[in-house]
Design a protein around this ligand. Structure first.
Ligand SMILES: NC(=O)c1ccc[n+]([C@@H]2O[C@H](COP(=O)([O-])OP(=O)(O)OC[C@H]3O[C@@H](n4cnc5c(N)ncnc54)[C@H](O)[C@@H]3O)[C@@H](O)[C@H]2O)c1
Length: 371
């Protein structure tokens, strides 16, 4: 059976989904919904115009039917209003991160989802980047011992231009620490297998977009921050974010350090921003405390998969798992609760950066079990 996908929001990420669905066996994009005609046309072309319907709104797409699953890749502030309608159907859904802008929005989505049987999967591509998946595996099998410290450094390019400039404003993104960094707070939980209890952040908008003006509105999204997260287990994690560091050789470096060893994953930025346009290999490094058996490996990714997006093939690997769930049943890898907690940590970090105070997270994060 060929799985038929509908894509809501066919901009940069929607088109990455379309390219990756095209690489799956027995799957195709049958419809897109996007009010921006140039984006809709480009996406329809990519999906194969004759086989892909195009709608201006998600309501029209849902009314037309004929789909097996829906992918939501519209701007962050539209996730909740779109989900209000999509979750009335019995279709499986893959919704881009962040699930919502705030914990209150995510709580509403959790409540809507609790009334239906079909799965809602929150797209967290970083989990599926091969170097990060390998670090998760190594930590899981005890290579580092008990991890006490987890550091995630992302030094990257500024936010790209977007349709309607939605990513310049906290009101539409939830703030950088929600929009971009929910990925990292999700990884922290997954790697440490514990729940976050307290967050302190220092951050500001210091370099990017200072000259930009949108009809009198100035961009207000943080472009650099340090965030410290304490976990219930006693482990601590830190995010070091800089968004004016596009020259960095490694875009992300994740280091998990325990009583036996340190495990590092190093990932370069998207190949299309490299001067030669070539994909660079990610690396995994294992450094035991006794300095014996140091290991460093390059992680190779199939070229067709790596070049279908900006995320080291992770969108493809996530779609493989999502399609497996559509065919065979089972629960999403990334639940609504996972998506909600990632947003709660990001929103707490935004609040901490504004107030200068540490923020204690809501009790629900302590109760929740990390898969
Ligand atoms: N997981 C990742 O690594 C990753 C990377 C990039 C973006 N994203 C997420 O994907 C989403 C989209 O980001 P993007 O970078 O593609 O932005 P974008 O601006 O390139 O694309 C958004 C698209 O949504 C369309 N849109 C606007 N209103 C809509 C509506 N009511 N219904 C349907 N479509 C609508 C816009 O016209 C545009 O084409 C965001 O939630 C973002 O956070 C995730």
């Amino acid at each position: 059976m060929t799985l038929r996908y509908g894509i809501i929001g066919s901009g940069m990420m929607g088109q990455e989904h379309i390219r990756n669905i095209a690489l799956l066996d027995g799957a195709r994009v049958a419809a897109i919904a996007d009010p921006n005609l140039p984006m809709a046309r480009a996406a329809q072309e990519l999906a194969g115009a004759e086989a892909c319907a195009s709608y201006l709104t998600h309501e029209e797409m849902l009314a037309a039917g004929g789909l097996d699953a829906v992918v939501i890749a519209a701007p962050n502030h539209l996730h909740l209003p779109i989900l209000e309608d999509v979750l009335k159907t019995d279709m499986p859904v893959l919704c881009e991160k962040p699930l919502g802008l705030t914990d209150a929005e995510c709580a509403r989505i959790e409540s809507l989802q609790s009334r239906r049987k079909a799965p809602l999967w929150v797209a967290m591509e970083y989990r599926y980047m091969p170097a990060i998946a390998r670090l998760i595996e190594e930590v899981g099998k005890g290579t580092a011992g008990t991890v006490q410290m987890l550091s995630i450094r992302e030094h990257r390019f500024p936010f790209l231009p977007k349709v309607g400039d939605w990513n310049r404003f906290n009101a539409q993104t939830g703030g950088t620490l929600v929009e971009k960094c929910c990925h990292f707070f999700d990884l922290m939980r997954l790697i440490l297998k514990s729940e976050p209890i307290r967050v302190y952040a220092s951050g500001n908008i210091d370099v990017n977009f200072l000259e930009e003006d949108y009809l009198g509105r100035k961009p207000d999204v943080i472009d650099n921050a340090y965030v410290i997260v304490d976990f219930a287990s006693g482990a601590r994690a830190m995010l070091d974010l800089c968004m004016f560091a596009e020259g960095s050789y490694w875009q992300e470096v994740v280091s998990a350090t325990g009583d036996l060893a340190r495990v590092d994953a190093r990932l370069p930025g998207p190949a299309r921003f490299n001067p030669d346009g070539e994909e660079r290999a990610s690396q995994i490094l294992i450094s035991p405390r006794m300095k014996r058996d140091f290991r460093r490996e390059d992680i190779q990714i199939d070229h067709a998969i790596a070049s279908a997006g900006d995320h080291h093939g992770s969108t493809f690997f996530q779609h493989q798992r999502f399609a497996e769930m559509l065919r065979n049943g089972g629960a999403p890898d990334v639940s609504v609760r996972d998506g909600r907690i990632a947003v709660a940590v990001g929103a707490a970090a935004e609040e901490s950066a504004r107030t200068g105070q540490a923020v204690v997270l809501p009790q629900f994060t302590k109760e929740s079990a990390v898969a």
